[in-house]
Design a binder for this molecule. Structure first.
Ligand code: K7E
Ligand code: CUA
Length: 665
């Protein structure tokens, strides 16, 4: 959420004349840390952290990786945004990853992380993230810490309610924030025909057990409202998915007022096992769509993008026993299920309490048809019939809830800048701590799973006025680490984040460390442009394309002198890193290229395309300090005028260039 959301809340609360709003917002820098905080976050040099924290980068489009408890930043994984540091989105091999039905999209807005699970417990295999803007879901492989796959979601706009994962990673699930005319309808409609023409969808993207590869198993067409967040059922509620929704008013303008009219919106419960039965029975309609599906091949070191043409759509109106609505006050944001799967917590941004729903009661209400009418053909369950109870007067602007291993819930409050700890069964508030300031999501290691590891809670704050050295108009967003091992929460540490953090997940380091890949085996390199040894290095002309099959090894490129390129040519540098040692990437850059560098991992091949725009001799060099003679890892490429008769030639370590046969096409 951007500050506009804060303004909305301030507006609404100011309008309802709550002067205590001001008084409960912490003022000024408060350290509020106890004496032993420093030792609790101190990870000695050379020692490992206890947890990995995978943090969404919001409008940076990336995912960042921190150590907990130290708060040290290890890596920024490029996901939806190009990253010149790593050549992601710049190398020929990675460009297809960012292809969509709208063409190449170099950016997105990543809000939520979902780590893969087996039996409801983190298994350390993959991290999924959503692209909000151009609806997509990405899968990051935790062996390589690289984006392995991106799938676009059709019939969706503002893929916010996404990705949320089921307890055996059967599906990652995505709900559309904006309702829109469906892709195969005439999209050219008046916006004020919203109620008639705009629809919502939720998508179930199946995840292959072995490869992790995603495919859209089915979508469900929903009323034209806004889907905000979601959580899968677990344990007894496995097979269900819960979505928070706002704008049940179906407003299409000035939502801050028009979508805040009703007392209650909904949490929508979807029985996806039932949906699967309907799909099997052929109750889904095949609808024409267009969406990109991009996969990175680890052996070819190359991505491919395929445009898919069809999805299966189920209709929530027509198919019984599949979708139910639970009334939820008021404009709910977070929708979180506790580790037992019995309780569903709805956080109404504008509500003065937190409703907690009971899965058992929901089942009873469904069985006894305890309905309060229908909404767009979907049965609405009676609020009182499904309610476990309400957490009274918890704070202002509840957003998200996370759980520990001892039966407690932690809810973030944006407006009152605090985290409130409460007992999931008794609904009693047992503790509260300040955050600095305006907290969004929380993360407890294992918090969204059946088996939280507890110990820490991390709050991700939107506003950090007076917490850090000023950096001009924009300040760092921030994470705050709390110790939750005792009865009282204790602030331990602040650390700044990359982009705007929304959700994050933390996982014990052991689950990831043991699988971490060190190199790509050179003998497995199937890139068609690889040069698997210095003796394969060469330069070939194909029409106006010049292909340089180059190798890199400490501390030289082969070849490092290239001539015979002419104006009008496109030069493709296919660089194979022959190293087979951990942590020895080589970089590659060309003066004046309208492109980025390449950063090539051991055993990998990556390609940089360069169209020279002037005649001359251009240096090339390695950008990654790889040995004592790194600074010697350099070379030249000569560009001659169009029509010149300088032949293609190349060499390394020779005084005179060796002429070769150019393959003319
Ligand atoms: Cu609350 Cu986009 Cu999950 Cu941000 S969302 S905070
Ligand atoms: Cu290779 Cu520096």
């Amino acid at each position: 959420m951007k500050p506009s959301f804060k303004n909305l809340l301030l507006l609404v609360f100011a309008a309802s004349a709550l002067p205590w709003l001001q008084s409960c917002k912490p003022k000024g820098t408060q350290s509020a840390v106890s004496g032993d905080a420093a030792s609790k976050v101190y990870v000695a040099p050379g020692k490992y952290d206890e947890f990995y924290n995978f943090v969404s980068g919001g409008f940076s489009g990336q995912m960042s990786v921190y150590g907990i408890p130290s708060g040290r930043l290890f890596r920024v994984i490029p996901v939806f945004s190009v990253d010149p540091e790593k050549g992601y989105g710049y190398s020929e091999e990675s460009k297809p990853m960012l292809n969509t039905s709208h063409g190449f999209v170099p950016w997105d807005d990543l809000h939520h992380i979902a780590l893969s699970q087996t039996d409801g417990i983190h298994d350390g295999r993959w991290a999924f993230g959503n692209g909000n803007n151009t609806p997509r879901i990405a899968r990051v492989d935790l062996k390589t810490f690289r984006t392995a796959e991106i799938i676009e979601i059709p019939n969706s706009a503002g893929n916010h309610s996404s990705p949320f994962i089921t307890e055996n990673s059967e599906y990652v699930v995505a709900g559309t924030r904006f309702s829109v005319p469906m892709d195969n309808s005439n999209g050219d409609v008046a916006i004020n025909t919203y109620k008639a023409n705009f629809k919502g969808t939720v998508s179930f993207i199946a995840v292959d057990k072995t490869t992790g590869n995603m495919n859209i198993a089915f979508q469900i067409q929903m009323p034209g409202i806004n889907f905000d967040l979601a959580r899968a059922g677990k344990g007894k509620s496995h097979g269900w998915m819960f979505f928070s929704c706002y704008n049940s008013e179906k407003a299409n303008t000035l939502l801050e007022i028009n979508a805040s009219q009703k007392d209650k919106d909904f949490i929508i419960a979807v029985n996806w096992k039932k949906a699967e039965e309907y799909v099997k029975a052929g109750k889904g309609k095949k609808v024409p769509v267009k969406y990109a599906h991009n996969i990175y091949d680890e052996q070819k070191h190359m991505a491919t993008s395929v445009i898919e043409k069809e999805v299966i759509m189920l209709d929530s109106k027509e198919l019984a026993d599949m979708v139910y609505m639970m009334p939820c006050p008021k404009s709910p944001h977070g929708c979180d299920t506790d580790p037992t799967g019995e309780y569903i917590v709805g956080s109404g941004k504008l509500a003065a309490m937190i409703p907690v729903f009971s899965f058992t009661k929901m089942q009873e209400a469904i069985a006894s048809k305890n309905f309060d009418g229908e909404y767009d053909g979907i049965p609405v369950l009676k609020y009182d019939a499904v309610l476990h109870g309400e957490v009274k007067k918890p704070g202002l602007g509840p957003l998200h809830t996370e759980f520990d291993d001892k039966g407690f819930a932690y809810t973030s409050f944006f407006v009152s800048s605090e985290v409130v700890k409460w007992n999931v069964k008794t609904l009693e508030v047992v503790d509260r701590v300040k955050t600095f300031y305006s907290v969004g999501h929380l993360s407890v290691p294992g918090g969204p799973t059946k088996k939280p590891w507890g110990k820490y809670m991390i709050a991700y704050n939107k506003i950090t006025k007076d917490r850090y050295l000023p950096t001009g108009p924009e300040l760092a967003q921030s994470a705050q680490l709390y110790d939750i091992s005792g009865e009282k929460m204790k602030l331990l540490l602040d650390f700044p984040t990359i982009g705007e953090p929304h959700y994050a997940e933390a996982i014990p380091a052991d689950l990831v460390v043991k699988n971490s890949q060190k190199i790509y085996k050179i003998e497995d390199n199937k890139n068609p442009y690889a040069a698997l040894g210095d003796n394969f290095a060469r330069v070939e002309r194909k029409g106006n394309e010049v292909h340089v099959y180059m190798t890199s090894i400490r501390s030289h490129f082969t070849p490092d002198n290239i001539e015979g390129v002419k104006m009008g040519d496109v030069v493709y540098f296919h660089v194979t890193n022959l190293e087979q040692d951990w942590d020895v990437p080589h970089g590659f850059a060309v003066k004046g290229a309208n492109n980025a560098e390449l950063l090539i991992m051991p055993g990998e091949t990556q390609t940089l395309a360069w169209k020279p725009e002037r005649v001359g001799v251009f240096p090339i060099y390695c950008t990654d300090f790889c040995s004592a003679l790194h600074q010697e890892m350099q070379g030249y490429i000569r560009v001659s005028p169009a029509g010149s008769n300088v032949p293609i030639s190349f060499s390394t370590g020779k005084k005179e260039p060796v002429a070769t046969t150019a393959t003319e096409k």
